[in-house]
Design a protein around this ligand. Structure first.
Ligand code: DX5
Ligand code: ZN
Length: 220
């Protein structure tokens, strides 16, 4: 499928060298850079914020796919729009006002994404499906890279793809967590077309050929 996109997660890169890590990603065939924002409250880990994303923007022309794991992400819509985020994806579990928050993201000129944790049912997405450009189904519990893929989450990918068809909608379906050359094909078969991969990609010296292993696995 031509709309398949690989999104290397910068969470797994060297934080002291974001400029050169972004250059490494630019050299691959990846379409997106996945950028994880963690506040130490919504998830038990802290990464970085909008100012760092703004600095990264100077070093990359790739699509910035920003995944916010923060409480009340609507507070930061303008900050990420100004930082140069292309897609801003927020958790249903992180705000009482998911509908309004997604409207705010779109009004700020970004693509809007909605994401659910492994323990959250697909039904919680239904009221906002017609608002979004991307649905992200977490395939690990958020907070850390390098965790094992949870295969049970793929049923939710299939359900979301069915709902998209029934409703005649066109959003992308992304998966995040434990994606590697062994799990990516099942994600695609379930209906996902955007694939985040962190530890699997960055453990390799040669990022270019490691991204290609995902494309090969997709075509198996
Ligand atoms: C986890 C993050 C992921 C993470 C994925 O909370 O949302 O984007 O970087 O890392 P891997 O691919 O190592 O599971
Ligand atoms: Zn993520």
């Amino acid at each position: 499928m031509s709309n398949q996109k690989i999104a290397p997660s910068i969470l797994a890169a060297d934080y002291a060298n974001f400029a050169s890590e972004l250059k490494r990603i630019e050299e691959t065939s990846a379409e997106y850079v996945h950028i994880d924002i963690m506040d130490g409250q919504f998830v038990p880990n802290i990464s970085f914020g909008a100012d760092v994303v703004a600095s990264m923007r100077k070093h990359s022309k790739l699509v910035f796919d920003v995944h916010l794991m923060v409480v009340n992400p609507e507070r930061f819509v303008d900050a990420y729009a100004q930082a140069g985020a292309d897609i801003m994806t927020i958790h249903t579990e992180s705000t009482l006002h998911i509908h309004g928050a997604l409207q705010k993201i779109k009004a700020a000129g970004m693509k809007a994404g909605v994401v659910i944790n492994p323990g959250t049912p697909v039904e919680n997405l239904i009221p906002v499906l017609d608002l979004v450009d991307q649905v992200l189904i977490m395939t690990v519990n958020p907070g850390f890279g390098g965790q094992a893929f949870i295969p049970e989450c793929l049923e939710k990918v299939t359900k979301v793809a069915q709902l998209r068809q029934e409703k005649g909608l066109h959003f992308d379906i992304e998966v995040d967590g434990g994606v590697d050359n062994k799990t990516i094909k099942a994600c695609a078969d379930a209906g996902a077309n955007v694939f985040v991969a962190g530890s699997y990609l960055f453990k390799a010296q040669d990022l270019v050929s490691q991204v290609e292993t995902l494309r090969v696995a997709l075509n198996d």
